[in-house]
Design a protein around this ligand. Sequence first.
Ligand SMILES: [Zn+2]
Length: 145
Amino acid sequence: MGTPALECPDCGKFTTDFANPEQLSDCVSLWQRRLFLRDWEIGVRLARHHELNASEWSGQINYNTERREALIDLLDPADARPNKTFPHDVERTLVHELLHIHLAPMGAQVGTPEQVAEEQAICALSRALVELARQIPEAEEKTAA
Ligand SMILES: [Zn+2]
């Protein structure tokens, strides 16, 4: 199943290189299971850079903790800026945004030291989790669970 090429109204660039949508939704289910978020209704989509609230972001999340619903936008790899140290990684960004759900009850306000600490913790955790997950074959993980 191919993904249709979508033209960005801002820059005119086309995106064609993201894997099929099923792959993304499998990845979301897997991480919802790993992070004990299966009781959440989580919508995830790839977003072009003009669809994110800030141009430097690689993802964003809107959630409703009472209804346990969230909508996650992940930057389309076609729009990722070249970065040798931290190349854009859709899966890591997904895990990052999912971790925000767990920390939502802490209620860190935008622009406070608490929010900065939350971002730093989530960055470190998402990086470590994805790195570890890629070292453990899926079958082994299932047996251990
Ligand atoms: Zn974040």
